[in-house]
Write a protein that binds this ligand. Structure first.
Ligand code: NAI
Length: 366
């Protein structure tokens, strides 16, 4: 545990010192236990960004390396606010344990909130805040990097050249210009992805119940998911994970795609049924696949597992395909995004500490 901030006292396990109003979105009564934020799943780059941002906030920050789940939730005891990332488990049992330990707010330092049981949080009076947008450019640019890198086999070419193999066999790509690209979800990130693809002179299809006027003006065609999947040469998933979007790409969806389609997922792992995608790669229906997220990534990503045996057979199978490019949930990882994440998170918590309503509160039904 690494602590910083004005006094950095050890955690108390006495539970809440003050009863807090539930559902108000503020922690106005949260004064006597100090302004500590306990951050789970932190890496050196998180700590650097938070230390820099905290110069303007002066909160008391305690950095923890473990991921939050039912086995580690005891580490939060005594902290009024815990700060978590994408693979921390904020389920009902975890929230109940957090509540028993005195936690009254969960600050997500990410946009997605699919890992939080919002109904349980509301029932317990635990406020949940997030960082709705930190750098949509970071994720959109990484999406484009995956599309370009995968298409032109940069991952394979890099290794070949370093190994003194200058053969071009197997490295044939295609011109993106003139191809049809489908962007599923045109929110903050997807609109930028769509614009980047449009600038590459793709015909861009979009799937979203809320069309973006600027994209429509550019000539982007909004259409149904079925139509987009059937027409696209490149499909990129940029929508959130919800009950509706879980396994949005399943065996039937893959069957409806063009032969040799490129599929890219920088949204959330469960947007695709990975086993169905492995089958699609085997038949050639999916011509290439780029992932920044994976259904079972919580057991793999963000750690050095190079000396371990990978027990996940589906993931191990994915790694065997030459036409699969995987990054380990790094689309967000730019200096600008890390700084924005830290600043917004600390401002969110500052609102709660000061009794102000936080504009970035997430409530059940969002
Ligand atoms: P956003 O909320 O601005 O946009 C999401 C869009 O998806 C909205 O326009 C919404 O109407 C649309 N949508 C919802 N359900 C849909 C469906 N069934 N079909 C098509 N569109 C649908 O969110 P933003 O900021 O663009 O982020 C999108 C997702 O990207 C996040 O939810 C998160 O899961 C993921 N993400 C991944 C990161 C990474 O590092 N790989 C970093 C940040 C976000």
């Amino acid at each position: 545990m690494v602590q910083s901030g004005p006094s950095a006292p050890g955690p108390s396990v006495d539970g809440p010192a003050v009863a807090l109003s539930s559902g108000s979105g503020t922690l106005s009564a949260m004064t006597s236990a100090g302004n500590e934020i306990r951050l789970f799943s932190t890496k050196a780059y998180d700590r650097a960004a938070f230390e820099q941002a905290n110069l303007a906030h002066g909160h008391e920050l305690t950095y923890l390396e473990p991921r939050l789940d039912v086995t580690t939730v005891g580490l939060a005891a005594g902290a009024r606010v815990v700060c978590v990332f994408v693979n921390d488990v904020v389920s009902a049992p975890v929230l109940e344990a957090l509540h028993a330990g005195g936690t009254r707010a969960v600050a997500l330092r990410c946009a997605g909130f699919n890992n939080v049981d919002l109904e349980a949080a509301a029932r317990l009076g635990i406020t949940v805040v997030r960082v709705p947008a930190y750098s949509p450019n970071a994720v959109a640019e990484h999406t484009l990097a995956l599309i370009l890198g995968l298409n032109r086999h940069i991952h394979r070419a890099y290794n070949r050249v370093r190994d003194g193999n200058f053969s071009l066999d197997g490295l044939v790509g295609f011109d993106l210009a003139g191809k049809t690209a489908a962007v599923v979800g045109t929110g903050r990130i997807g609109t930028i992805v769509a614009r980047l693809l449009w600038h590459l002179r793709c015909e861009v299809l979009a799937v979203d119940q809320y069309p973006d006027d600027h994209l429509v003006e550019l000539g982007v065609e909004y259409t149904s998911l079925e139509d987009a999947l059937g027409r696209a040469d490149v499909i990129t998933l940029n929508c959130p994970l919800t009950e509706e979007t879980h396994h949005l790409v399943d065996a039937a969806a893959i069957e409806s795609m063009k032969q040799g389609v490129m599929l890219v997922n920088t949204g959330r792992g469960p947007l695709i049924d990975t086993e169905a995608v492995v089958d699609g790669l085997k038949t050639g229906r999916i011509g290439s696949l780029a992932l920044d997220v994976y259904e079972e990534e919580a057991r793999l990503f963000f750690e050095d597992r190079s000396a371990e045996v990978i027990e996940d057979d589906v993931f191990a199978r994915l790694l065997t395909f030459p036409n699969v490019l995987i990054t380990a949930h790094q689309a967000f990882l730019t200096k600008e995004a890390l700084s924005a994440i830290a600043n917004t998170t600390l401002a969110n918590v500052g609102d709660l500490f000061d009794g102000r309503a936080c504009a970035n509160e997430v409530v059940a039904g969002d």
